[in-house]
Design a protein around this ligand. Sequence first.
Ligand SMILES: NC(=O)c1ccc[n+]([C@@H]2O[C@H](COP(=O)([O-])OP(=O)(O)OC[C@H]3O[C@@H](n4cnc5c(N)ncnc54)[C@H](OP(=O)(O)O)[C@@H]3O)[C@@H](O)[C@H]2O)c1
Length: 285
Amino acid sequence: MTRLNVYGKVVAITGGSRGLGLHCAEILVKNGAKSIYITARKQKGVDDAIQYLQKIVETYKDRDQLYHKGQDIIIRGIPADVSTGKGVVAFLNLVQEKETQVDILIANAGASWGAPLDQHPEAAIDKVLELNIKGVFLTIQKFKPLLVKAGNEDYSARILIMGSVAGITPTFGGEGGTYGYLASKAGVAHMGKMLALELGPQNVNVNIIAPGFFPSKMSNGLLEGEFGQHMISHNPKRRIGKQSDIENAILFFAARESDYINGAVIPIDGGHHLGDSVPLSSGKL
Ligand SMILES: NC(=O)c1ccc[n+]([C@@H]2O[C@H](COP(=O)([O-])OP(=O)(O)OC[C@H]3O[C@@H](n4cnc5c(N)ncnc54)[C@H](OP(=O)(O)O)[C@@H]3O)[C@@H](O)[C@H]2O)c1
């Protein structure tokens, strides 16, 4: 029997204060990670997430099946804007205060903006591309030495880039587009594939997670309306994603068992990236 785990691993997550980034932190700490480092811009978000994760440690620390007994767990965070080199270095410095290597880096922080084409602000395109592409690049660039130190033939260090199915299949909601977002997610996926070629021989795997719609601060506005209903009814699984969907995937792609998967773009969206699965009231085509 295989039981996935990340015992003793050191994890760094950008945008780890809420949403998908916090889900990643939670599943990894529940399954044996030794150190979790998070960053986000707002101090309060970081503090609340640390508190939340520490409670999980307290709850699970004596449960042998889910937790690595006897391990001192480090959970730390710092407010930093990872769309800038300065912010990424601040995060790196925090990690380096206690660690000499990082096993799992999740470049998750991302932003979106939707507006009609003719009203789409230049500043919005800049903001989205700066975080979703430049920020991901800088995060990987600065953390690379620590990842290379961690990787070996028994366990390849992991870079998981939080892409999106929006980088695979464009969706148009009718009221405006997320032009920069779509471009950024396609862009980081492509960049990730090249990094997989470059870093694979150094025992660092690079994979791109491509979620469909999951409830979060970023997506809730869209999901609440007609667009959200459409997304559910036209999804082959007739639902949006839930926390365990992202968690199970992250655990697998962080665990030793996925060692031979490198450079993949992994849709976690019930199959919606393939196209709409349209419900017909008659049930006939
Ligand atoms: N939810 C979905 O349906 C969905 C689908 C596909 C892909 N994704 C991707 O998943 C990732 C997380 O999204 P989410 O839905 O969890 O969004 P979210 O709830 O808005 O969380 C975003 C996280 O990133 C942080 N962040 C934002 N800008 C930052 C910056 N400049 N520097 C550092 N941290 C920053 C936020 O904290 P602060 O605001 O305090 O900075 C927060 O922790 C994104 O890359 C997104 O594109 C989400």
